[in-house]
Ligand binder design. Structure first.
Ligand code: HEC
Length: 169
């Protein structure tokens, strides 16, 4: 391919790709559930307390503080995002917004409002995009589901042979 033809081809590709990216973002302001799943499973550490199935029991180690079933939560999108950003002071649910309780963005509270030893626990912090990604994951692939299934488990771990899934087979 001549250099000028290569340049034309790459300009056409860029022109094609740009509107596609824009459209995807416009259709999906709520975040990417697949990415949300990964954050839930890995850096978020959510499965430690809520379980891989987010039902508050499946796969939760006995020494972990169990979180409630997110499959049965009544929270809407905003409340889910706020709970993830700000945690729940007075419980083990950690906050994940780096600036939470530094300013009053969370429930109007700052660290000095808490007695020492009673400060809200801090989880791994991540940005607004990943909060939206987790919310999208919970809303499309967790909330309202019944008993965890093998297929769901294999998908969660991206591994059909995952140890946690074998008992569900
Ligand atoms: C150390 C344990 C722990 C970890 C880690 C944890 N949670 Fe929680 N979570 C809890 C507990 C305990 C509650 C219940 C708080 C309460 O009593 O209000 C809770 C509550 C929640 C709620 C509110 C449910 C409702 O219906 O009120 C959501 C949503 C939630 N967690 C999502 C997450 C996500 C997403 C992550 C990971 C980013 C996560 N949690 C990490 C323990 C944990």
């Amino acid at each position: 391919m001549s250099p000028s033809r290569a340049a034309v081809v790459s300009i056409v590709l860029v022109a094609l790709a740009a509107p596609m990216v824009g459209a995807q973002q416009a259709n999906d302001p709520a975040g990417d559930p697949e990415r949300g799943k990964i954050v839930f499973r890995t850096v978020g550490g959510c499965a430690n307390c809520h379980g891989w199935a987010a039902d508050g029991k499946t796969g939760v180690a006995l020494h972990s503080p169990a979180g409630p079933s997110l499959r049965e939560t009544k929270l809407n999108k905003e409340a889910l995002a706020e709970t993830i950003r700000c945690g729940r002071p007075g419980t083990q649910m950690p906050y994940h917004d780096r600036a939470a309780y530094r300013d009053d963005r969370c429930y109007g509270l700052v660290m000095s409002d808490f007695t020492p030893g009673d400060a809200p626990p801090r989880g791994k912090t991540f940005g607004e995009k990943d909060v939206a990604n987790i919310v999208a994951y919970l809303q499309t692939r967790v909330i309202g589901l019944g008993k965890p299934t093998y297929d769901e488990c294999a998908d969660f771990f991206d591994n059909p042979a995952a140890k946690a899934c074998i008992i569900l087979k």
